[in-house]
Design a protein around this ligand. Structure first.
Ligand SMILES: C[S@@+](CC[C@H](N)C(=O)[O-])C[C@H]1O[C@@H](n2cnc3c(N)ncnc32)[C@H](O)[C@@H]1O
Length: 217
């Protein structure tokens, strides 16, 4: 029997953690706050004993992506072994974008979204937090992985005191919102049939969309 646990925290690359530790169709809710491809470096700032900001800081993570061997390998894996529609989409994006920084970022996300789809229960829900830098591409990837019919909403998170609002000055409309893409697990559609056995799908048959209505796949 599986070990009972509450609030288990894994430290490491989430691709490895997902593959090594998280079983198929085992997760009810995923909230994903990944890098946004902001090209910024985020630091951890330390405070002095009196509470003032210290000059000491360490780099927490760099949100800058470059096409390289790792991207090439991930791209190849998704195109050859991933969901067919996602592979088609990734190839089309590569033709459109070329092997550039955005493509490196999207490939990094695509290979992880495939794993998230694998671990999400058919009745589960996933929220992907991003911003307009890449939300349009990410929504297409999510459609390719979870199915466009499972899209529920694109929630706008408006910032009340947005830093970028002040930084950019009066040169543009304020860039003041993040996007949260909300999808449900595949309770219908054809994507999941590649992954789940028929017996596993039987309880969800009542929710299935008839083939004619589902032909967009
Ligand atoms: C946008 S930040 C979100 C931070 C956190 N949600 C918060 O509010 O403080 C993205 C986070 O993803 C982490 N990250 C980036 N690539 C990762 C990976 N391959 N596996 C696990 N975490 C990763 C970064 O270190 C960073 O902490």
């Amino acid at each position: 029997m599986a070990e009972a646990w509450i609030n288990k925290l894994y430290f490491g690359d989430n691709l490895d953690v997902l593959r090594e530790h998280i079983p198929d169709a085992s997760v009810d809710l995923i909230y994903l706050d990944p890098p946004f491809n902001s090209k910024a470096t985020y630091n951890v700032l330390f405070a002095e004993k009196n509470g003032t900001e210290s000059a000491a800081q360490i780099t927490a993570f760099e949100d800058t992506w470059h096409w390289g061997l790792e991207s090439e390998e991930a791209y190849h894996e998704v195109v050859t072994d991933g969901p067919a529609k996602l592979g088609d989409l990734l190839q089309a994006l590569r033709m459109f974008l070329g092997p550039n920084d955005m493509m490196a970022y999207l490939t990094m996300m695509a290979i992880r979204l495939v794993e998230l789809h694998r671990v999400l229960k058919l009745t589960g829900t996933i929220y992907l937090h991003c911003d307009p830098t890449a939300s349009h591409y990410l929504k297409a990837l999510m459609d390719g992985v979870f199915g466009h019919h499972n899209f529920q909403n694109d929630i706008s998170w408006n910032r009340t005191v947005p830093k970028s609002h002040f930084r950019q000055g009066p040169t543009n409309w304020p860039r003041v919102h993040d996007c949260i893409l909300h999808y449900r697990g595949c309770v219908c559609g054809v994507l999941q049939t590649k992954i789940y056995a028929e017996e596993a799908l039987a309880p969800y048959a009542a929710h299935a969309i008839p083939p004619a209505a589902n032909s967009y796949h």
